[in-house]
Design a protein. Structure first.
Length: 251
């Protein structure tokens, strides 16, 4: 009986020890996980929602509360302090107290000159407009950087870039096509035709006259500006002569 009692006691101790070990392994990661810093939380919020941080506070329940200016208004974001997971996103009408210094949104709206200064590093400015919608306002600018056009949506109070979109390739103008053809064969553009066949890249055919009185027809891609083909007047005449020879009377 004593041996059986000892075996039961030993077995119970072993099971309790296993449960304790498994429980510790399950709880250990959550106990050891460190909370994200305020800077890390702010960066996570900006990565998820392009906008401007107004205020960030941490509650006792391991949660950050972030007030953020987005394109469509001011939102309150509740974020897990350890995982960075967003628990809720709620739009609010928030009136801020005087004296706040944490990335506050200025009350004065920036003018176009000030906006231009803030985006000067983004590329060569081609166009800028102020857009006023029902519940929102923003600046919309188009810049050219490395021969690529980019549309920027900007906060009218801070100048912060809310959104950045690459503009789809546009067809070059007739003037641009003529300049490309003239430079390529070193002549003067005389006549131009534009073609946009279905399921094909649009292109220009530019007739260019050279100083030696020769004519060339240059094909320029409407999107890439690439010179696709060059047909010389002499080549066309030779082809016509060959055709006439072949059409002679048969014996």
């Amino acid at each position: 009986m004593k041996i059986r009692k000892m075996m039961i006691t030993a077995g119970s101790t072993l099971v309790f020890g296993l449960l304790l070990f498994v429980g510790f392994q399950w709880w250990a990661p959550s106990l050891s996980a460190e909370s994200l810093t305020k800077e890390e939380v702010n960066q996570t919020a900006k990565d998820k929602y392009p906008g401007t941080i107004i205020k960030t506070t941490k509650s006792e329940g391991e949660e950050y509360q972030i007030e953020m200016q987005l394109e469509t208004g001011v939102y309150q974001i509740r974020m897990d302090a350890k995982s960075g997971e967003v628990r809720s996103l709620k739009k609010e009408s928030i009136v801020h107290e005087a004296g706040e210094t944490t990335e506050n949104i200025p009350e004065k709206q920036l003018n176009q000159k000030e906006i231009k200064a803030r985006i000067s590093s983004q590329g060569d400015l081609e166009q800028i407009d102020f857009v006023q919608e029902k519940d929102n306002s923003f600046y919309k600018a188009v810049v050219n950087k490395n021969n690529e056009k980019i549309t920027l949506i900007l906060d009218p109070y801070t100048g912060a870039i809310i959104d950045s979109t690459m503009v789809a390739d546009s067809i070059i103008t007739e003037k641009e096509a003529i300049a490309i053809a003239e430079k390529h064969v070193k002549g003067t553009g005389d006549d131009t035709e534009f073609y946009q066949p279905p399921d094909q890249t649009p292109y220009y055919l530019i007739e260019v006259e050279l100083e030696d009185d020769r004519d060339a027809v240059v094909q320029v891609d409407g999107y890439t500006k690439e010179v696709k083909t060059i047909t010389w007047e002499d080549d066309e005449e030779n082809e016509n002569d060959n055709d006439n020879d072949n059409d002679g009377p048969e014996n």
